[in-house]
Every structure is written in C-alpha cells, then in structure tokens.
Ligand binder design. Structure first.
Ligand code: KG4
Ligand code: ZN
Length: 340
C-alpha cells in the first residue's frame, strides 16, 4: 500500500519576498510569491518597509497558496517556515505566523535554514528535472548571498567559501546603479552585455584567498573608472553601455568560475549545483555549459522559480525534515544570523 501523502505548507519571509507554497511529498502544488515593489525607488531593500509589507501580504499569500493547491488547511501535515538567516523584522512575520498556524491546527512546526533551502531546492520533483547525487558542490549566488558549499547529504553541509563583503547580486546591482540603471540592475547588465565586447574594459579581479569572495573592490574600481571617463566624455556611459556591461559581467563570471574550479580541484567533486537569483545570468549559464563540455562537470540549475527566494524551497526542506521527524518547539525564535 502507498504511504499517505504528506502535505507541507511552507512560508518564506526572510527578505523582500513574501511567499507561501504547498508541497505534496516532493512535488510543489503551489508556490505563490508576492514581490515587494516598494523598495525599487530606494535602490535597495528597506528593512522596516519589508516587514510591514510582509504583514500585509502574508494572509492573502497563504490563502492563495492553499487555493491554488486545492487543499484545505485541515489536510496539512506540517508547517515549515524560514527561521533565518535574513532580516529580523521580516523573519519575525513568517515565524510568528507559522507558529500560530501550527498551534491552531495542532500539527508539527518545522524550522528551515534559508541557505540550506536554496541548495535543497534541487530536490523538488519536476518533470524532466535533473537531481544531483551526493556529494556535490553548491554555489548559491543572489542579492543576499554568495557561498560555495560541500553537500554530503541533505543535512550534512559545509561552507567552503563565502563573500567577505558584498554578495554577487549586489555587485551587479551596485554596478548598475553607477551606470544609472534602476534597481535591481543585474538583469539589465545581463541584457546589454549580450551586445558588448567583454574585453573592452578590463576590471581587476579581487585577490581574496582560497574559496572566499570579495566584490567591494570591484565596485569601487568600476566607480572610479566611470567617474574618470565621464569627466572626459559626459556621454561615455551612453556611448559604451554594452561594452561596459559585457566587461562587468565577464569579470564577475570569471571570479565565480575561478572559485568553482578551485573548489572542484580541492574536493575532486565535479557535480555543481547553482541557485539564487544570479543563476539566471546568461554569462554564468554559458560558462557552466562550457565547463560541462570541456571539464567534464555535470551542472544543475533549477527552474528560475526555485532560484530566487520562494517558499517551495522551504517546503522541500520541510518535507525532508518531516520524514526524519525533525520538528521544532513552539518556543523557537527567528534567527537573523543562522549558519548552515
Ligand atoms: O535570489 P534573489 O531573487 O533575491 C535575493 O537576493 O535573495 O536574487 C536577486 C538578485 C539581484 O541582485 C538581481 O540583480 C540578480 O539576482 N539577478 C541577476 C540576474 N537576474 C537576477 N544578476 C545578473 N544577471 C541576471 N540575469
Ligand atoms: Zn535567498
């Protein structure tokens, strides 16, 4: 006889996306994301505004997730939520909501580490999805994170390298801001880079050691370079937009790839899974394709829906923890700094 299906309601509210998802075992039935537009005019996420928007969004987003999944909350097996890392005010909204709902429904509560979830998103079952086998290397690249992680099992992970300052998405977004693009400018850099010469303007790569990253120096050198050029030619950006974007993207992709190559060399593992919003970048995708052909790597990129912040990735961790009965107490609290 088949085992009874497990229904997990998952909630994600660590940064500026309010999201709720319903999973039936490893399959997602719904994955609703309310992205907060309010931050655009500020050029970055404003924590106080984010938590207020989460409060407004959370009830309708959860209702929508249940409705799209076509299930009643009485059918739920457990509630999973992002405990951290993230913005404290934002995390508190999801945490309190999840705690109350699990208490009200008298079902288990499951805390999830957001960084583990970005990695375990690869285990959501989709038609034709490629699922990595252990051990593998995961690189999480987004506006909030940049990490290379050795994944030996679902809950046996070791961070091999991380950013010491800006995240890679911030490097894209801050460079875009210097060029006068709206926030978040990463996708625009990618778009214009298609038409430019990546070697037009060489930018220095940071020399931070081992598998760690640093992007703040790159941002400063782009700023100084642009300021200098604009002084000489006020139309410099408009006249060279595509070449500048291609050069920035080329430099960032090279940094990511050189660290990945180093990690492969150190561990001997050639299975590489990536996630996070920057996984959408065409430059990194192309570089990974090339590495499949030339270096014998096997690469895994989940659907874009599971790359950016979303609750389905929280749900898959919820499911995996449910199977192990890794439940949380009602006394659990949000944790802004929460290591894998
Ligand atoms: O994962 P995500 O949606 O949110 C978090 O930061 O957690 O990632 C958003 C980041 C932004 O910095 C955005 O500029 C960047 O991902 N991004 C891209 C691209 N698409 C999104 N950066 C470069 N190229 C892209 N195509
Ligand atoms: Zn994230």
């Amino acid at each position: 006889m088949d085992a009874k299906p497990i229904y997990i309601l998952a909630i994600e509210s660590s940064c500026d996306d309010t999201s709720a998802a319903v999973l039936c075992d490893k399959k997602r039935l719904s994955n609703v994301v309310a992205t907060q537009k309010i931050h655009e005019e500020y050029g970055g996420v404003v924590p106080e505004l984010a938590s207020r928007a989460h409060q407004q969004n959370i009830v309708p987003v959860v209702h929508q997730a249940l409705a799209q999944a076509n299930i009643d909350k009485k059918q739920l097996s457990a509630i999973a939520f992002t405990r951290g890392p993230g913005l404290m005010g934002s995390l508190l909204v999801g945490t309190s909501f999840a705690k109350s709902l699990s208490l009200g429904l008298n079902i288990p509560l499951i805390e999830v580490n957001h960084m583990q979830a970005h990695i375990l998103a690869h285990f959501i079952e989709e038609e034709n999805s490629k699922i990595p086998s252990f051990p593998f290397l995961a690189m999480t690249i987004s506006g909030g994170h940049t990490q290379i992680v050795l994944v030996e099992d679902y809950f046996k992970m070791q961070v091999l390298g991380k950013t010491l300052d800006d995240a890679v998405g911030e490097a894209f977004d801050k460079s875009a801001k210097i060029l006068g693009f709206p926030y978040p400018g990463g996708p625009l850099i990618d778009k214009y880079a298609q038409f430019g010469n990546p070697e037009a303007f060489p930018f220095p790569k940071s020399k931070v050691g081992d598998l760690d990253f640093s992007f703040s120096g790159l941002k400063t050198s782009i700023l100084y370079f642009i300021q200098k050029q604009v002084k000489e030619n006020p139309n410099f950006i408009a006249e060279n937009r595509d070449d500048i974007c291609a050069s920035i993207q080329f430099t960032i992709v090279n940094i990511l790839m050189s660290k990945l190559k180093k990690a492969v060399k150190q561990t001997g593992i050639k299975r590489i899974a990536i996630g996070g919003g920057v996984a959408a970048n065409s430059g990194i995708r192309k570089a990974l394709e090339d590495a499949e052909k030339n270096l014998g790597w096997t690469t895994y990129i989940p659907k874009f829906e599971y790359c950016t912040d979303n609750a389905a990735m929280i749900g898959i961790v919820g499911y995996l923890k449910y199977k192990e009965e890794l439940f949380s107490e009602q006394s659990v609290t949000a944790k802004a700094r929460y290591l894998i």
